[in-house]
Design a protein around this ligand. Structure first.
Ligand SMILES: *[C@@H]1O[C@H](CO)[C@@H](O)[C@H](O)[C@H]1NC(C)=O
Ligand SMILES: *[C@@H]1O[C@H](CO)[C@@H](O)[C@H](O)[C@H]1NC(C)=O
Ligand SMILES: *[C@@H]1O[C@H](CO)[C@@H](O)[C@H](O)[C@H]1NC(C)=O
Ligand SMILES: *[C@@H]1O[C@H](CO)[C@@H](O)[C@H](O)[C@H]1NC(C)=O
Ligand SMILES: *[C@@H]1O[C@H](CO)[C@@H](O)[C@H](O)[C@H]1NC(C)=O
Ligand SMILES: *[C@@H]1O[C@H](CO)[C@@H](O)[C@H](O)[C@H]1NC(C)=O
Length: 502
């Protein structure tokens, strides 16, 4: 059993001669507090050296504006600060939001997708939590309505992106003169991970245009053309022509670039099961086809279950850290739809991505890995035999997806093994990635100490890694995922929780 440093004084105060066994509940609350402390460390570094820019470079206390320059880390932090009850941080962000000019960006191009999931998502979750179950954290209540007003200013700035012949948006925008980078195509995830945010904004404000434009774009993805772009029911290609709304390939994956399209099909149904049952049906088709056609078991560790890429009849046994969300996504669907087979599949995926963590020298999983026996590099043969995969990109950039799946696995099953896995991952990240004034990505997960840093404290450390690491140990609350599928909130792909229509 592990103790965080703060449990020791607490025991001393009680003054027991012999320490009595610590209950699971005490362990969980010590762990939750340790994650909260890490959040404070990351925030303090950002606030001192990078705020109101986007992200901190913790090694030299510089910053970047990779995500529009509106303070991405602050907006990504608000919903986590709220669920953690970090009152001071919540108010620092709430005071900042009214000062942002969402009609102008110093950056040349901004991504509709990244801006939607981080900023629109962060603002809407901040509004939901701080006008709802976390309202007591805010000192100046009048500023809570301003959060929603700012979300509207942002959406009104971005909405011209959907003004294309088909309604499939441009992703790369130059908002200062309402132009775009000239791309003729958009991707599956960048097109298909907008509906929850834009529909929720419509529901909160009564301006239905936001919902209509996002759902029009998504209509091409759930009714894909031409038919060869849907090689298996529900599984579709990766690239869409902006002029026609037709797919230009049939390259099927759950990896980065495609991932959150599938994630959002079931989450949009969770958001409103009455209006969006068609999205559930599309998710079920995709899930069934995935289980039928894409599952793959490494020759050296056949108990592990990963997901192949399908490229026009050829399968490729490569996957990513990003794809680790798939366990949580199946668990959410299984709990909401009452389907034990989907829960079992979700747990098999979660176990398998756990193996990508527990096999490495840092106990952190790699960015990209593969398991095709024919491709094993000579210097990883022993590793492949033991671990069941080999590493093809060894970096770790503070990604959340594996801990995210532990979170769903724990909430759905109640098995404390998943809390232990999440704690192991948190301790590994907290010790390996801490550098200078915060946390950084590392170069090689399979070298003790990480073999160097990328000097980037990603904004999703705040939104996702520390949120899921915290919530898995935290008390039940309205925003927590519910085992019986009766959820009051649904998390967007950046882990911002939105109140469901219910
Ligand atoms: C509703 O949203 C659309 C899309 O951003 C915008 O053009 C329009 O002005 C909004 N309507 C109102 C009344 O705010
Ligand atoms: C918009 O601005 C960018 C850079 O500021 C410029 O390169 C581009 O030509 C402009 N586009 C239009 C349509 O004015
Ligand atoms: C997929 O759906 C078909 C038809 O409903 C069913 O027979 C099959 O068992 C399903 N496959 C899986 C893996 O759930
Ligand atoms: C898929 O492969 C077939 C041959 O097997 C080829 O005719 C077709 O053009 C390929 N389609 C794509 C989208 O690459
Ligand atoms: C690593 O994780 C896998 C999958 O959860 C598990 O089967 C295996 O026992 C673990 N190995 C160790 C050394 O903990
Ligand atoms: C997390 O890292 C911080 C910074 O190094 C350290 O102060 C803290 O004790 C660590 N937490 C745990 C639980 O190890």
């Amino acid at each position: 059993m592990r103790f965080s440093p703060m449990s020791l004084p607490a025991l001393a105060v009680v003054g027991q001669a012999v320490a009595s066994p610590i209950s699971k509940r005490d362990t969980a609350s010590d762990r939750a507090n340790a994650v909260k402390q890490a959040f404070q460390i990351a925030w303090d570094g950002y606030y001192a050296h990078a705020f109101p820019h986007d992200q901190l470079h913790p090694m030299d206390n510089t910053y970047d504006d990779y995500y529009d320059g509106w303070g991405a880390s602050a907006i990504d932090a608000i919903s986590t600060a709220a669920v953690m009850g970090h009152r001071e941080i919540v108010n620092q962000i709430v005071d900042y939001i009214p000062t942002i000019d969402f009609t102008y960006s110093n950056e040349t191009t901004i991504s509709l997708f990244e801006t939607t999931i981080r900023y629109l998502g962060g603002l809407l979750a901040g509004y939901d939590l701080l006008s709802g179950p976390a309202a007591d954290l805010v000192s100046d209540k009048s500023k809570v309505d301003t959060i929603l007003k700012q979300a509207q200013v942002l959406a009104n700035t971005l909405s011209y992106a959907f003004e294309t012949p088909s309604g499939v948006p441009y992703n790369n925008l130059l908002i200062n003169n309402r132009s775009n980078d000239g791309s003729t195509t958009n991707g599956l995830a960048t097109t298909g991970s907008l509906v929850i945010e834009w529909t929720h904004l419509a529901d909160l404000t009564g301006n239905h245009t936001y919902a209509q434009i996002a759902q029009k774009a998504e209509s091409y993805l759930i009714h894909p053309q031409p038919s060869w772009a849907e090689p298996f029911p529900g599984l579709v290609g990766s690239t869409i022509d902006i002029a026609t709304g037709k797919f230009t390939d049939n390259y099927v994956t759950w990896n980065g670039g495609d991932d959150s399209f599938y994630e959002y099909l079931i989450k949009f149904f969770v958001y409103d099961p009455i209006r969006f049952s068609e999205y559930r049906d599309r998710w079920l088709a995709a899930a069934n086809s995935t289980l039928e056609h894409l599952l793959s078991h490494p020759a050296s560790q056949p108990d592990l279950t990963f997901v192949n890429i399908w490229n026009n009849g050829t399968t490729i046994s490569t996957s990513e850290h990003l794809t680790g969300f798939i366990g949580g996504n199946f668990l959410l669907a299984g709990s909401v739809l009452g389907r034990q087979d989907l829960i079992d599949a979700g747990l098999a995926f979660t176990d398998s991505w756990h193996a990508t963590y527990n096999s490495t020298a840092t106990k952190i999983g790699p960015e990209v890995f593969a398991w095709d026996k024919a491709g094993v590099p000579a210097d990883q043969e022993a590793f492949y035999e033991k671990a069941g995969f080999y590493i093809t990109s060894a970096d770790y950039v503070l990604r959340p997806e594996v801990i995210e799946s532990y979170y769903y696995a724990y909430r759905v099953t109640g098995d404390t093994k998943y809390q232990d896995w999440a704690w192991d991952a948190f301790l590994a990240i907290n010790s390996t990635c801490h550098v200078g004034s915060g946390y950084s990505g590392i170069e090689n997960v399979n070298v003790v100490g990480g073999a160097g840093f990328d000097n980037e404290q990603e904004s999703f450390l705040f939104a996702e890694v520390l949120k899921y690491s915290y919530l898995i140990h935290a008390e039940d609350a309205d925003w927590q995922v519910k085992a019986d599928g009766k959820n009051k909130f649904v998390f967007n792909t950046e882990a911002h929780p939105f109140t469901v229509v219910g």
